[in-house]
Design a protein around this ligand. Structure first.
Ligand SMILES: NC(=O)c1ccc[n+]([C@@H]2O[C@H](COP(=O)([O-])OP(=O)(O)OC[C@H]3O[C@@H](n4cnc5c(N)ncnc54)[C@H](OP(=O)(O)O)[C@@H]3O)[C@@H](O)[C@H]2O)c1
Length: 261
């Protein structure tokens, strides 16, 4: 028989959410905090937005603090963890934590033909290299029995020609997570991916256009645009005790996108 989940299944746990300042990451930070975790809300350049998330969480009686690092830069993971270590040390007396959510990302619209080396490097650096290096640093501090959850995309399975590099690098996250799940199984650490579909955030502002919206809905089973919370709740499940036997999986949160021809 499993442990009985409580209404605060993450009480006593510490989580880091990259890109927690806005959009999907913000909703993830808020739901993990509501579930009892102390949350490090990471931001790239928008400290104000991260502070706002921290204020919302602490205003509801939760625990959170902001950490900044521009993940497009080399050695960003070390910079992020230097700040995280300092915060955690003074808060908990240890640099250990339990839940890593790799969520930060960018999605510049650029066709295959127009993708310059610089643009490709930028997409790679933020969406894949940083995730790889942040996870590497995290593993020096993650408790056994911990959780790694990464935000991929349904475009990893069904790429679009407007985002070829983005789609391919999201597929790399899915692939890497399976290898890590096997490597970290002996430590009881689960590694999973949540792949959002069309979600209403800053990144996806273009999708508010009526024609784009109609096109997107024509590809979905459920007939509305997704919200950040729709993804965050899946992440909360994967972060909590009820997902204990789930690892190496990609779970799509896309309202049933691209299920049929
Ligand atoms: N929205 C969708 O429809 C959708 C669909 C599939 C997958 N996704 C994925 O879901 C994740 C979150 O997307 P979103 O829609 O919530 O995007 P968003 O609203 O644009 O938020 C992006 C987040 O990533 C951070 N970030 C961006 N560039 C960064 C950098 N160079 N260094 C550090 N942090 C950086 C931002 O930090 P600042 O606030 O500091 O800028 C922000 O917190 C991404 O991985 C995205 O690819 C989104």
């Amino acid at each position: 028989m499993s442990d009985q989940p409580t209404d605060q299944p993450l009480a006593g746990k510490v989580a880091l959410v990259t890109g927690g300042s806005r959009g999907i990451g913000r909703a993830i930070a808020e739901v993990l905090a509501a579930d009892g975790a102390t949350v490090a809300v990471h931001y790239g350049s928008n400290r104000e937005a991260a502070d706002e998330v921290v204020a919302i969480i602490t205003g509801k009686g939760g625990k959170a603090f902001a950490v900044g690092a521009d993940l497009s830069k080399k050695a960003a993971a070390q910079a992020l963890f230097a700040e995280l270590d300092q915060n955690l040390q003074s808060l908990t007396g240890s640099t250990k934590f339990d839940i890593l959510v790799n969520n930060a990302g960018i999605a510049p619209f650029v066709s295959f033909a127009d993708t310059t080396e610089d643009v490709l490097d930028q997409i790679y650096a933020v969406n894949f290299r940083s995730l790889y290096m942040v996870t590497q640093e995290a593993l020096k501090r993650l408790n056994d029995g911990g959780r790694i959850i990464s935000t991929s995309s349904i475009l990893a399975r069904i790429p679009v020609t407007a985002l070829p590099a983005y789609s391919a690098l999201k597929a790399s996250i899915d692939n890497l997570s399976k290898a890590l799940a096997v490597e970290l199984g002996p430590r009881g650490i689960t590694v999973n991916v949540v792949a959002p579909g069309n979600i209403d955030t800053d990144m996806n502002a273009f999708a508010a256009d009526p024609n784009t919206k109609a096109w997107a809905l024509s590809k979905q089973a459920l007939q509305r645009v997704g919200k950040a919370d729709d993804v965050a709740d899946v992440v909360a499940f994967l972060a909590g005790p009820r997902s204990r036997w789930v690892t190496g999986q990609v779970i799509e949160a896309g309202g049933g996108s691209g299920l049929t021809f």
